[in-house]
Design a protein around this ligand. Structure first.
Ligand code: MN
Length: 466
């Protein structure tokens, strides 16, 4: 079945895009994660293609601090992957000419804001900011970045139940039609393109593979027992190097392995699903797989160099691509060190969650990733969510909190984003995010009170649906 967009929404996109195409001297301001970086690249590609004088910047968040850098620009500002939740802030700062292309929950409507919520679409699942940016470009005749919108959607985890939905599928079809993308039903473990087989299994965290995750030796013998060679000459084989029959053998064996260990059916099913291959990218590189591409971009953002990611999205396979690979390596090293720290230190336990305080040893930009890896590295069992505390880089009086969960907890009613938003705001902080991953900031002295409150909140959520 061909999915179609609500025609009123399409008309609205066309109207605003047409206005945008009349502007010159533009500044694209975007978020520093994979969805924000791809949004930015799609917009920059569109505007420079229209021969507009265009600059861009990527920032961690739009708030009263960061908006100072934008405020005095004489350019027309195009906010992507942000702005809808900060409309009053933008107005207060008297930014005179601006557009918003976003998918976050909007504060209010505005004549130059494109947001799917006003037309009944769920911005958390049906479309990402890069998807909205793509539709703007498409309405002006530029469809060649469709694959980047898929990378953005995957970066925002909009395929987390095994496939993309709704408006994302329209983009997917556009990308397939242009020969930019191939979609296959296959094993969805991370590292299909770029990680040696044993590492792909050993680092698996979604789902966790009991007995395999975190144990490279066990993974090596698991694969060898299937008669699948780990190397081809001197080179370690990756999943995409495998013959079709070998892929099937491995997938089936993993399926049975998980069944044997009483893993829930829906978790096992989540391991198989759509995988998105970018056909114009070189095989065996991170850029070839949408999920790995998104991870590379997230690494650029978290390491403070999102503009390198933007340049790679725009096609640079020389200097910026080399830099991006170095950033990814540095990022992975920081993650390894973070996990080692956590293994040594261990976690504290509350009734409804685990937590640890990095006390300045882990940067706030990667603490959330480390928290998520705690399941994969089997530092904690998957029965409760985990919170991690880090020092706020900008404000020494504040504490940054990152929270991670897993699918079986979400099924039981847990929603980290809602819990963190509510409980942080009660203490003069702020927070929010997805059900499975969220963050907040609170004043340091409120830490213990927050721990107590959030424990009760998680308890309520988890009990509600039982
Ligand atoms: Mn986004």
């Amino acid at each position: 079945m061909k999915i179609e967009m609500n025609p009123e929404f399409w008309n609205e996109i066309c109207r605003i895009s047409k206005e945008l195409s009349k502007e010159d001297n533009l500044l694209v301001v975007s978020h520093h994660d994979a969805d924000g970086i791809t949004s930015c690249a799609i917009m920059v590609d569109l505007l420079t293609g229209l021969e507009k004088d265009t600059e861009f910047m990527t920032i961690k968040q739009l708030d009263s601090n960061t908006i100072k850098n934008i405020k005095d620009t004489d350019r027309t500002v195009v906010f992507t992957d942000m702005g809808s939740g900060q409309l009053s802030l933008i107005k207060e700062n008297k930014i005179k000419d601006f557009y918003i292309i976003d998918h976050h929950t909007p504060e209010a409507s505005h004549e130059k804001q494109i947001n799917p919520h006003f037309f009944g679409y769920d911005g958390g699942l049906e479309i990402s900011a890069s998807g909205m940016a793509y539709f703007v470009a498409k309405s002006l005749g530029n469809m060649k970045m469709a694959h980047l919108a898929i990378v953005g959607a995957v970066g925002d985890m909009q395929d987390s139940d095994g496939k993309l939905h709704s408006l994302n599928r329209i983009i997917m079809d556009d990308a397939i039609e242009q020969g930019l993308l191939k979609v296959r039903h296959d094993l969805r473990l991370f590292g299909r393109q770029s990680r040696p087989l044993t590492q792909m299994l050993a680092y698996a965290s979604d789902p966790i593979l009991p007995g395999l995750t975190g144990n490279e030796a066990a993974c090596a013998s698991f694969i060898q027992n299937l008669g699948i060679p780990l190397r081809e000459n001197e080179r370690w084989r990756t999943y995409v190097d495998l013959e079709f029959s070998e892929r099937k053998k491995l997938t089936t064996a993993l399926y049975i392995h998980l069944l044997d260990l009483n893993t829930k059916e829906f978790i096992i099913q989540g391991m198989i699903g759509e995988v998105y291959t970018l056909l114009n990218e070189e095989k065996g590189t991170e850029l070839r797989d949408a999920k790995e591409f998104a991870t590379l971009l997230n690494a650029c953002g978290r390491q403070g160099q999102p503009e390198v990611g933007v340049m790679v999205c725009l096609g640079d396979r020389e200097k910026n691509w080399r830099m991006a690979k170095n950033i990814l390596q540095k990022h992975r090293k920081m993650l390894r060190e973070g996990i080692e720290f956590l293994e040594k230190r261990g976690v504290e336990e509350m009734e409804n969650f685990y937590y640890f305080d990095s006390q300045g040893r882990i940067d706030e930009n990667i603490i959330g990733v480390i928290a998520g890896m705690a399941y994969g590295a089997r530092i904690i069992p998957p029965d409760r969510p985990i919170l991690a505390f880090a020092d706020d880089n900008d404000d020494p009086k504040m504490l940054k909190i990152s929270a991670r969960a897993n699918w079986s907890l979400i099924r039981k009613g847990l929603h980290l984003g809602n819990a963190l938003r509510e409980e942080s705001r009660k203490l003069d902080g702020d927070g929010g995010g997805h059900d499975i991953a969220a963050g907040a900031r609170i004043p340091k002295e409120c830490r213990d009170e927050f721990l107590k409150n959030i424990d009760r909140k998680f308890g309520e959520q988890l009990r509600r649906s039982v």
